[in-house]
Design a protein around this ligand. Structure first.
Ligand code: ADP
Ligand code: MG
Length: 278
């Protein structure tokens, strides 16, 4: 893993001539509060899900966030995807403040930043074939003709190593690993630059996890993708990431390379996460 990382020319490359790292996205002091009630009759209270996250994703790299359930990982992904707005702080995409996006800019942002979730198509099973599921973003974005989308579909299936005849099947007829490949193909359809993977391999068994991680690494090299990779599982994160943030109760408590986090964790919380690896 170490060798592949060093051999990756775009891992954390510097923007030509500028002397600074080319970040695709930057979060600065991002805070997210929710209004919650502890009981039916109790007063609404403010709950701090993110206490002020600051991190960035260098173009072409994989940045991971690990932490136990409830630590604020999915809240982070929803903010990065623009599905929810921070209470305070700033998120910039290629230097532009996402909260100031016009409708047109937001539409373009939604094309360039794509999600892959843990259990894709759980609610769509009976409705769409694999083919329709993958080309749907193309239809939404008015990409190509019916014929050119059919060609693109075959390219996408090939990219994720699925056979062409799977296009006529329904997601519920596929294995978990195949379904996740379909989700990745769909995410790739509009040629995004950043893919946000929220527990994308967590529901898969170890062997299939490894296959999907290999696929993600290959696609990153092929298409120069950046990943925000979310997982509660430090062992998975070690395999794929260039940089790791450890999150506890909405706070990034420790950051480092996978080797630093694994071999010399500074925080007790990180040691506990490591101890949880079988
Ligand atoms: P993780 O993905 O790390 O398991 P989440 O980001 O989903 O954690 O949640 C972080 C905390 O924020 C949890 O305590 C969760 O209950 C709370 N939370 C998340 N979304 C909401 C919401 N829409 N309303 C109220 N609380 C929420
Ligand atoms: Mg989550």
């Amino acid at each position: 893993r170490g060798e592949t990382r060093n051999a990756t020319p775009y891992a954390t490359h510097q923007a030509a001539g500028t002397g600074h790292v080319d970040n695709i996205i930057e979060l600065s002091a991002v805070r997210k509060e929710f209004v919650v009630r502890s009981g039916f009759l109790s007063r609404p209270q403010r709950f701090v899900a993110l206490a002020g996250s600051t991190f960035s994703i260098p173009r072409g790299s994989t940045v991971a966030i690990v932490g136990e359930s409830g630590s604020g990982k999915s809240t982070t992904t929803r903010l990065v995807l623009g599905l929810d707005a921070p209470t305070s702080g700033s998120i910039t995409f290629e230097g532009a403040e996402t909260s100031a996006f016009t409708k047109k800019e937001l539409f373009d942002f939604r094309r360039r930043v794509q999600p892959v979730f843990q259990n894709p198509f759980a609610s769509l099973d009976a409705l769409f074939t694999v083919g329709a599921t993958i080309v749907e973003p193309l239809v939404v974005h008015g990409w190509g003709t019916k014929e050119s989308r059919a060609v693109r579909l075959l390219e996408l299936l090939d990219a994720v190593a699925l056979p062409a005849d799977i296009a006529a099947r329904y997601p519920h007829e596929l294995s978990g690993g195949q379904r996740q490949r379909v989700a990745i193909a769909r995410a790739l359809a509009l040629q995004p630059e950043l893919i946000v993977l929220d527990e994308a391999v967590s529901a898969l068994d170890v062997l299939v996890q490894a296959q999907i991680l290999d696929l993600l690494t290959r696609l990153q090299h092929e298409f120069g993708l950046s990943y925000l990779f979310i997982s509660h599982d430090l062992a998975v994160v070690r395999q794929i990431s260039d940089f790791v943030h450890v999150m506890q109760n909405g706070v990034i408590v420790e950051s480092g390379t996978p080797d630093e986090i694994f071999d010399s964790p500074r925080e007790q919380y990180t040691r506990e996460l490591l101890a949880a690896i079988p």
